[in-house]
Design a protein around this ligand. Structure first.
Ligand code: 5GP
Length: 188
């Protein structure tokens, strides 16, 4: 069932990664990517919707020319916070990626099923190179083996939101990564 606005307003949030730490790491990633792709073609592919704030901040830290495009995938239904390994492409790229250097910009890699499916699909389109830049890596939850070339932060196995990531479609606007504070009254 959809969450009510009243429930949203009552959410207590703890900060997992604050705004300054996020911005500092995104700057480092931008500098590294600018070095690695210097003098080369670069197409950033953002997976909607969670990756969008990371993409726009990362773009501002790139000192090299690049293009962007978007795709959307659905890994699970609203209100269910567990990927089931079934991933659907719900919006495809507009760009022909054959012969392009593609960098996938992802918000978070959890089980890895979503990324694995997207990499398989894009690989069939014969890009010159296909790499992955993800902001958050929940390494201990991995089920599918996926190569990640650039990682912002390794995080523990907690459900996180903010900075583009949602909790029940809310809180994407937070400038930091948060976790819901568990209510001490509700026990361990
Ligand atoms: P995976 O297929 O790797 O299990 O899941 C990837 C997708 O699940 C992410 O792109 C994201 O949409 C969602 N996801 C996984 N963990 C979290 C989390 O802690 N918070 C949020 N908001 N989404 C998550």
């Amino acid at each position: 069932m959809a969450i009510t606005l009243e429930q949203v307003a009552k959410t207590s949030i703890d900060t997992l990664i604050d705004e300054a730490a996020l911005q500092a790491r995104v700057r480092e990633l931008g500098e590294q990517l600018s070095r690695d792709y210097g003098g080369q073609d670069l197409l950033l592919v953002c997976i909607l919707r969670g990756g969008v704030m990371f993409l726009t901040d990362l773009m501002r830290q790139l000192s090299i020319p690049h293009n962007i495009d978007f795709m959307a995938v659905a890994s699970y239904e609203e209100g269910v916070r567990q990927s089931d390994g079934m991933v659907r492409i719900t919006m495809d790229l507009l760009t022909d990626i054959q012969g392009r250097n593609v960098l996938l910009v992802e918000d978070i890699v959890d089980t890895g099923h979503t990324l694995s499916r997207v990499l398989d699909l894009l690989g069939t389109r014969l890009p010159a190179s296909l790499r992955v830049c993800c902001l958050l890596d929940k390494h201990e939850r991995r089920e599918a083996k996926v190569p990640i070339d650039y990682i912002g932060f390794q995080i523990p196995d907690k459900f996180v939101f903010g900075y583009g990531l949602d909790m029940d479609q809310y809180w994407r606007n937070l400038p930091y990564i948060g976790v819901a504070r568990s209510d001490p009254a509700s026990g361990p």
